[in-house]
Each structure stands twice: as C-alpha cells, then as structure tokens.
Design a protein around this ligand. Structure first.
Ligand code: G3P
Ligand code: CA
Length: 244
C-alpha cells in the first residue's frame, strides 16, 4: 500500500488553517485525506478550530466555549491572511461532513479536549459521523486517550488513533490494548523500526507534522501508512519522485 498524504488543518501551508477554503484546496491537490481539530461552542455546536481561544486565528478574542455558534460565525478565520483571502468562517463539523459527501477524502478528526474537557463532545462528533454515514472515512484522534477509549466504547465501528507526542515503548501493544487501529506519533518520535514493527502488528502509523522533504522521503521509503503535512503539494511531489 502506498503511503497516503493527509493535509494538516487542510492545505494550511498556503491557506487559512481549518477553513473550508483550506479543505477544498487540499482536495484539489489530490491528497488522500484532511486533518482537522474540533472544539465546542457555548451552545454545544462542534466547530473546527485548533486553539481553545479564537485569538490566534481570527479577528476575535476569547474562548470558543464562551461563544454561541451564531456569535463565532461572525469572526473572520482568514484574518491572519487578510491581504490574500476574503473572509472565511469557522466551519462547523456538520459543514465539513456535508462537503465530504462530494469527495472521497478521509477525514481525521482530532478531538481538542485535553485542556477543556468538553462534556458530551464525543457523543456529538460520533452522532454527526453516523448521520452522514462517514464511519468508514473518519479516523478520530486525540492526545486525550481517555476520550479515544470512550469513543471506541460508544462507536467501535469508527477507527481511533491516539496521538503520541513522545517516544512510547512498543506503542502497537498499547494501541491494541485500547482497541485503536492506528497511532499518530510526532514524526520525530517515529523511528523506522517503530513504524515497521507497528505495521507488522497490524497498527497503522500516520506521523505528524511532516513538512521537510527529507522527513517525507524517509517515511515514504519505509512505507509508512500515511503522514500528516501542512503542504500536500510538496508531499505529493516527493511521493512521485520516490516512486520513480
Ligand atoms: O493530528 C496531528 C497534529 O495535528 C497534532 O498536533 O497541535 O497540530 O493539533 P496539533
Ligand atoms: Ca491537529
């Protein structure tokens, strides 16, 4: 199986991260999947944004949890790139899943509930995935492994993947113990030996966030399941060169 390319927060090297623009531009590159981050608004809408606060990526200020969905939709999520792009809204997860009906992408949904323990987030995300019949095109990941296990318990049909920021001994054994089908390690914590052993033990490996050509080449050479990158165009170019 060829290594798949996932666009991190969409095609975030060139477009405002976690926006429909970034996801649509990622799809145009021909990559295999997108990665996105979710948080919950005050009125319980699952929204696509990386930080707990809106300050870095929008023209607003404050915690996502303190905005209603209607309020958060007034913000401009392309604010950092305002000279280049028109206004972009913070998408709801529903909007992304609706758009996914028009393509074949895989969607890696990262639950951002390690800092704020959004109550009911897992149920809401899973209910949306089921409503849109996307269970076989979604991977749920998180640094919050309690949440990963909870997702498996309530939706065993959806693939889960713990995010691993540091070296973990025999992570495939850990993954099997929590019924995860994959691990998403930081690429620096994913040696070739680790990748091969995990895959031989039936655990998919999708390192993040891989932006340097030399790192991409290493993962392609070792035949990693996929990797997550801000720049899917660069990744696809390197993949083409490696295939030759
Ligand atoms: O899913 C991989 C990666 O996105 C995890 O880190 O901080 O970019 O969400 P972060
Ligand atoms: Ca993420």
């Amino acid at each position: 199986m060829l290594t798949m390319i996932f666009a991190h927060r969409g095609y975030s090297a060139s477009y405002p991260e976690n926006t429909m623009k970034a996801f649509k531009e990622a799809e145009k590159t021909g990559c295999d999947g997108i990665e996105l981050d979710v948080q919950l608004t005050k009125d319980g809408e699952v929204v696509v944004i990386h930080d707990e606060k809106v300050d870095r990526t929008t023209n607003g200020s404050g915690y996502v949890k303190d905005f209603t969905f209607k309020e958060i939709r007034k913000l401009d999520a392309s604010y950092q790139h305002k000279m280049l792009f028109k206004k972009e809204l913070i998408p709801s997860l529903r909007e992304v899943l609706e758009w996914m009906k028009s393509n074949q992408l895989i969607c890696n949904i990262e639950l951002k509930n390690g800092i704020i323990p959004y109550e009911g987030m897992e149920e809401k995300v899973i209910s949306l995935i089921r409503e849109y019949e996307m269970s076989n095109r979604v991977v749920i990941s998180s640094f919050n492994h309690y949440s990963i296990v909870y997702c498996y318990r309530i939706a065993p049909e959806i693939e889960t993947a713990p995010l691993l920021a540091e070296g973990l001994y025999m992570p495939w054994v850990y993954a099997q113990s929590i019924r995860a089908k994959a691990i998403h390690p930081k690429h620096l914590a994913a040696s070739n030996e680790l990748i091969v052993s995990a895959m031989e033990n039936g655990i998919a490996v999708r390192p993040y966030t891989v932006n340097k050509e030399s790192d991409m080449k290493r993962l392609l050479d070792v035949g990693c399941t996929a990797f997550i990158t801000d720049d899917p165009v660069r990744a696809l170019r390197v993949k083409k060169q490696v295939k030759k």
